[in-house]
Ligand binder design. Structure first.
Ligand code: SF4
Ligand code: SF4
Ligand code: FES
Length: 241
């Protein structure tokens, strides 16, 4: 039998000095295979055109629809209402810059993180556009490819206890990024340079290892494996100091 869903949605406009945060209720008749993208669009089209939320791809690719769904950070476009109870509470991802209601700006945080870990290949080699592409071991190439699959949705940061108390913590997404360049043979940074960059409480030693990030990552990335790799490398570097 079709259910009547009650959405309790966080409302707040940080740009309006009269606005105060509250939860607003909306009733929606559930339809077959309804996901939260459809439900939120129904609310905005039919009930409340002022509701703010983000979607771009609707396919779990762009990372823009992360939100707290009944307390869990995840992608709204990949969440079926059938998998949720009749009362659904939606809050914006904590920690990121609030734009309004369910909309946050993850880009500011990710941009800063990419700059902090200098997220590009560091090499002294001159680029020669006429040269043949350098060969790379297939297994390693696949590992690097895998570590490029992060969609920067911010769910791992929102679910991370350390990130929520330490604004400069790199979080799983940042440490994953570090691992990607650490394993790339084209990146000439040595252990000393990596150590300077990530062997701090804001880096790998701030992680308490409870793996909430791995539980909530919607792309099922091997966060545990890569973060353990980074930690091992940095622990080994610390021993030689
Ligand atoms: S293991 Fe825990 S502390 Fe470390 S990045 Fe993941 S959620 Fe944060
Ligand atoms: S590591 Fe996973 S949860 Fe974190 S930002 Fe990337 S895709 Fe999202
Ligand atoms: S809308 Fe792109 S990941 Fe959900």
């Amino acid at each position: 039998m079709a259910r009547t869903l009650t959405f309790k949605i966080f409302r707040y406009n940080p740009y309006d000095s009269d606005s105060t945060p509250f939860l607003q209720d909306y009733k929606v008749e559930e339809t077959q295979r309804m996901n939260l993208f459809a439900a939120l669009n129904y609310i905005r089209d039919e009930l409340d055109p002022t509701l703010m939320f983000d979607f771009v791809c609707r396919a779990g690719i762009c990372g823009s629809c992360g939100m707290m769904i009944n307390g869990r950070p995840t992608l709204a476009c990949r969440t079926l209402t059938a998998d949720l109870p009749e009362v659904i509470e939606l809050l914006p991802l904590p920690y990121f810059k609030m734009l309004g209601d369910l909309s946050v700006d993850t880009g500011v945080w990710f941009r800063q993180m990419e700059e902090n870990v200098e997220s590009w290949i560091h090499t002294q080699k001159e680029f020669d556009p006429a040269a043949e592409e350098e060969r790379m071991d297939n297994e390693l190439a696949n590992k690097i490819y895998e570590s490029e699959r992060c969609i920067e949705c911010g769910c791992c940061i929102a679910g991370c206890a350390t990130a929520n108390v330490n604004a400069d913590f790199l979080g799983a997404a940042g440490l994953y990024r570090v691992g990607r360049f650490m394993m790339d043979p084209r990146d000439e940074r040595d252990e000393e340079q990596w150590f300077e960059l990530v062997s701090t409480d804001e880096g790998v030693f701030g992680c308490i290892g409870m793996m909430a990030c791995g539980d909530v990552c919607p792309k099922d990335l091997p966060l545990l494996e890569i973060m353990a790799y980074v930690r091992r490398k940095m622990s080994a570097a610390a021993m030689t100091k």
